[in-house]
Design a protein around this ligand. Sequence first.
Ligand code: ATP
Ligand code: AH0
Length: 400
Amino acid sequence: MTRVIGLISGTSVDGIDAALVNISGTDFDLQVEFVAGATYPYQSHLRERILAVCAGQAISMAELAELDDAIAIAFAQAAQNIQVDHQPATLIGSHGQTVYHRPAGVGDRENTSPHHPTTPSPHHRLGYTLQLGRGAVIAQLTGITTVSNFRVADIAAGGQGAPLVSPVDAALFSHPQEARCIQNIGGIGNLTYLPPRQNTQPDNWLEKIRGWDTGPGNSLLDLAVQYLTNGTKTYDENGSWAASGTPCHALVEHWLEQEYFHLPPPKSTGRELFGVDYLQECIKDSEPYQLSAADLLATLTELTAVSIVHNYRSFLPKLPERVFLCGGGSRNLYLKNRLQQLLEPVPVLTTDEVGLSADFKEAIAFAVLAYWRQLGFPGNLPTVTGASKRVLLGEINFSQ
Ligand SMILES: Nc1ncnc2c1ncn2[C@@H]1O[C@H](COP(=O)(O)OP(=O)(O)OP(=O)(O)O)[C@@H](O)[C@H]1O
Ligand SMILES: CC(=O)N[C@H]1[C@@H]2OC[C@@H](O2)[C@@H](O)[C@@H]1O[C@H](C)C(=O)O
């Protein structure tokens, strides 16, 4: 048994999720016991800086170095805090903070509308992704071996570098008879489709697993709430503001024409697309409809729900028998309800209902990826990321 800490701050940039877990087993046959989980909010000046950089603000190399280390220090602190009152961990898997993600095969977005941003490149080019919070500093500050920089090897092998959680979902959530979808709703949404695991050769089963980023999760909702409240609120708690409005279906249909939703997987995205500029275009599009604030939020929430279901109906081999939500968006009851209505009769549950915290699933996943890296087990799935082969994910930073 290995005691591992998983750390991630996702595209919502709300804080560092830390999970302390006990892991045993090998390959896809793992036992993971959740010991503790906590979210450590970023200090507001650090959060604002990260969001500005994610939104494309120019940054000098000196400032980048400072930001990288400020994030690493905050991550190391989170790792220290999660161990208080517990037996110490011997391994950390740290995702870090994504500040830039350019998916493989996507052309330059400059001078294009955020609603039609991707100019296909004449030649497939490798993706590029940057997660700050260098693992060597975390290893040094905590005294614990730290695996970090998980996405780059998959990208170098021609993959999207995301989603990486799909093989972990496969290890933790597959069912012998049932096809399942695990739907994360963070800043961005992503899914893992798991065919039934029984009566299939292991290799055959692996090849049938699918996963990709479905589009916006909470990113546009959070930005809209901040815009509508002049920054006094950061999200629509439980979706109750959106629930008091009425979605404008004509707008949702128009927004659904956006290229990303029709792009076949493998595909990944980020705040570079579904960020501030995108919201501004949405607001501009909504002006002729004279929507109230609640209507605008209901319409943006509807876009998240409808785009997820559109992805399922367009690109899955068949609809799953059950869907399990995770990520902060699983707490948005209005969004969950709309997903349930749109997917009827497929039940929409949360991963809590199969014994794994919906709030800490991503942090747990990076603990598992670090464990796999230490075992020398390749952590990516080419059917999900589009990489040319399975590769070891993450760089090991030994504590010295
Ligand atoms: N009670 C709640 N009601 C509504 N929304 C919520 C609630 N709790 C969290 N959220 C939403 O979830 C978001 C955070 O989700 P999460 O931490 O899963 O995202 P992330 O991990 O940063 O993103 P990603 O998975 O894209 O990397 C918040 O910004 C908020 O929009
Ligand atoms: C580049 C990056 O950080 N991508 C995230 C983001 O947040 C959700 C979605 O987009 C997801 O695919 C990915 O993270 C998860 C943890 C993943 O790789 O599985």
